[in-house]
Write a protein that binds this ligand. Structure first.
Ligand code: 0X9
Ligand code: ZN
Length: 759
């Protein structure tokens, strides 16, 4: 029965194709039709034309055959009518493959459909190991205070040449240290179940398990866990079951670890829910965990699973000082949070335990990280408080599914040759010609940094080869990165060689993804702090305010008007009726008052290529007090012909009772010229409302970058040097290349470096 084999092959193909996504299946468009050959030559024609014959009995009479549309047409042209039985063979194949896949995925949906007690969890550990084809084995961590066995399961791919199972770095996932956090053991079990289940069919799982051993200890606090199951009144128990002697029970195992034991956030009273115990590692449950970790030095990462809150917490818990690997923890947990969000859209917040959550000394990750130099963290699983510890069972699988993605990322850190991070990932802008030192931090993974040292790889633009700049130092490694040319971009990444011959990059997928730095520079063509008279004028032909006209003065505060101007030094601003008194006594009344700027030349200085021109100033506007509030506005208008014609840029209605920054991009309204003017036109249009406005620190700023082409003739040559130095010598502001508003040696150096680079 050939078709059966074909179907089986097709199922396999279908599986592969579904995983690879897209690509039409091999039988797309194939149909099954019933034909009835009446002669031997009909039969011969059918068997030579059809893709294959589905019927077992081949002879004269009805036959089911698989055909392409072309083959069907050929049969019909021979006078054989075709009755359609299956419109698309591929969809049958796909449906079957999908069903098989789903059935495999769902094998244990049942087990995860509800919370499981200690006995059930242990039974499942045994089942997983038995069904693992030798990949997994269970082990005993040790015994609890009440004599229960704390057990775990460990698994990794088969031995490979040069990569034996017993030499692999290990990633430890521990759950159930807090008894009532029932989602924690379930999530740990799901991790083991799914990894074992999918090892053979998910490349990302096999590539993890072929390099890493996963160790799962689902219920660290077995006594406490059993206690929470024993009676509904016990359900909220957190600690172990230590008899403290004073009538109280329990030590918080997550305050009992021996690194900075007894510090902040650990209870000293035996009755406390966070009771630290009588000494570091006073409890059997933390002792056996400690001894297990010490005896397994291949453990490189550790996650302690808790609930609830949706946090990814990293050391330290005992202090607010950042750990040496804070940046690295942030980078990895950022990735985990993104992965989690991608599954069911849940937000997990990452950060340092002490600062993000609260001080918690004596916790597990402080000990694994601080004492054992293991990359250790804590996850607080769902939810954020709606159900808390009583998370509905229907959320077990979704919670575990999203955590699974995060777990893959964290466990992969166990097999990274080196772990890289940088504080300079955000260096997205650099002044043209300016040089910044970019920094790389390395944490040893499965190897250390090779003697050849890391390099910064960079290129100008988005194509072509990358250049290499060696990095020096070590803590951190640094290398200079020069600013890109004005219209360009610099792409860069780090490359760190390992002593074992490996290469690790940051970003990890470089050069497919890279850090990008674009040029940035700015030049203030005009700045006025309103302390002196720079030529602003009050009044317009259609002004009709009867009082509260603009004046440049030191304002007297009311609830509607600032008490102080904005400038750091000085006292004055432009304000509508500077006097104080009753809020509505010296405000605008009866109509509009207009404040118009002097004519400003907005053209870029020599040697500057502008990309944007911005007005940047401080504004106060108030119309939300008094009678008839929120009925008035202030227009902002601009002119590029010295005030002959005006364009409206904004209608300000913002009432914040404070100075705020107003910005407008000139190019959005008019092409910048040498005759720009701006005006502010608040208006009391509604009888007796209280309307106040004020303006301070008005600047017109050009964004763009500097060029060695000082003369602007398109070439970078000797003329530019002569022109630049003439301007520099005379102290002309055009020569202020660094934008610090003084013309000095720095400017000459920057000009020369750009000129030299030919930019
Ligand atoms: O307080 C805790 O132990 C944890 N939160 S919980 O609500 N699940 O009790 C946070 C522990 C943070 N990790 C360490 N301090 N090691
Ligand atoms: Zn907890």
């Amino acid at each position: 029965m050939r078709w059966r084999e074909v179907l089986i092959a097709a199922v396999t193909l279908g599986l592969i194709q579904t995983r690879a996504q897209a690509q039409p299946g091999p039988f797309e468009g194939h149909r099954v039709v019933r034909v009835t050959p009446r002669t031997a030559s009909d039969l011969l024609a059918v068997s030579s034309i059809a893709t294959n014959i589905w019927s077992c009995e081949i002879g004269l009479g009805p036959l089911d055959v698989q055909v392409t549309p072309e083959q069907q047409a050929a049969l019909e042209s021979l006078g054989m009518s075709c009755e359609l039985r299956v419109p698309n063979v591929q969809s049958l194949v796909d449906a079957e493959a999908a069903q098989i896949r789903e059935a495999h995925l769902d094998r244990d949906a049942q087990w995860f459909s509800t919370y499981r007690n200690f006995t059930e969890i242990n039974a499942k550990l045994d089942q997983l190991a038995a069904a693992s084809g030798g990949l997994a084995s269970t082990f005993l961590v040790g015994n609890t205070l009440e004599g229960r066995q704390v057990r775990g399961i460990r698994f990794t791919g088969p031995d490979r040449p040069g990569n034996p199972r017993n030499s692999r770095p290990a990633a430890l996932f521990a759950g159930g240290i807090h008894a009532r956090e029932w989602i924690s053991p379930m999530t740990a079990m799901y991790l083991a179940d799914r990894m074992l289940e999918r090892y053979a069919i998910e490349p990302r799982i096999s590539s993890l398990l072929d390099g890493v051993e996963i160790i799962v200890i689902p219920v660290q606090n077995a006594d406490g866990y059993v206690y929470t199951w024993a009676s509904p009144v016990n359900r909220n128990w957190r600690k172990n079951r230590r008899t403290n002697g004073n009538g109280t029970f329990g030590v918080d195992l997550n305050r009992n670890f021996g690194y900075q034991w007894g510090g902040l956030g650990a209870g000293t009273n035996p009755g406390d829910d966070t009771y630290r115990g009588i000494g570091p590692f006073s409890e059997p449950e933390t002792q056996i965990f400690r001894d297990f970790v010490v005896a397994n030095p291949r453990i490189r990462t550790h996650v302690d699973l808790h609930s609830y809150g949706q946090y990814l917490l990293t050391p330290w818990g005992y202090t607010g000082a950042p750990s040496p690997d804070a940046l690295l923890f942030d980078r990895v947990t950022d990735e985990m949070a993104t992965a989690i969000r991608g599954v069911h859209g849940k937000t997990y917040v990452n950060g340092q335990t002490y600062t993000l959550l609260y001080p918690a000394a004596g916790g597990s990750h402080d000990w694994t990280y601080g004492d054992r130099n293991i990359f250790g963290m804590t996850a607080e699983l769902r939810d954020t408080g709606q159900f808390g510890f009583f998370l509905p069972a229907s959320q077990i699988i979704p919670t575990a599914e999203e955590w699974f993605e995060a777990a893959l990322i964290f466990a992969n850190a166990a097999q990274a040759p080196l772990l890289l991070s940088t504080p300079d990932a955000e260096l997205s802008q650099l002044r043209d010609g300016e040089t910044a030192n970019v920094r790389l931090l390395t944490r040893p993974g499965t190897t250390t940094v090779a003697a050849s040292q890391p390099v910064l790889r960079w290129r100008i633009g988005s194509s072509g080869p990358f250049s290499s700049t060696p990095m020096t130092g070590g803590a951190p490694w640094t290398a200079p990165l020069s600013g890109p040319s004005c219209s360009g971009v610099i792409e860069w990444f780090f490359e760190a060689p390992g002593a074992d011959g490996s290469v690790t990059r940051l970003p990890a997928t470089a050069p497919d993804s890279v850090f990008r730095t674009t040029p940035f520079g700015s030049f203030d063509v005009f700045f006025d702090d309103m302390e002196t008279d720079r030529g602003w004028t009050v009044g317009a032909t259609d002004d009709d305010a009867t009082s509260g006209q603009w004046q440049r003065a030191d304002p007297v505060g009311t609830i509607a008007q600032p008490e102080s101007d904005f400038s750091l030094t000085g006292t004055r601003c432009w304000v509508t009726g500077a006097a104080g008194g009753a809020p509505d006594a010296n405000d605008i009344d009866g109509g509009r008052t207009t404040l118009t700027s002097p004519v400003i030349d907005a053209r870029p200085p020599r040697g500057f290529i502008a990309q944007n021109s911005r007005v940047f100033c401080q504004v106060w506007f108030s119309t939300n007090t008094g009678s008839n509030p929120n009925a008035d506005a202030m227009l902002v208008e601009l002119s590029s012909d010295a005030g002959n014609t005006w364009t409206q840029a904004s209608v300000v209605t913002q009432n914040v009772g404070t100075w705020w920054t107003y910005q407008l991009r000139i190019e959005d309204f008019r092409a910048p010229t040498d005759r720009m003017r701006f005006r502010f036109r608040p208006r009391d249009a509604s009888g007796d409302s209280t309307v106040e406005a004020a303006i301070d620190d008005f600047a017109l700023i050009l964004d763009g970058c500097r060029t060695g082409d000082f003369t602007g003739d398109g070439g970078i040559d000797g003329d530019d040097v002569i022109a630049f130095f003439t301007a520099w010598d005379a102290g002309v502001i055009d020569a202020d290349y660094t934008g610090d508003r003084s013309v000095d040696g720095d400017d000459a150096i920057l000009f020369f470096s750009l000129w030299d680079l030919g930019r």
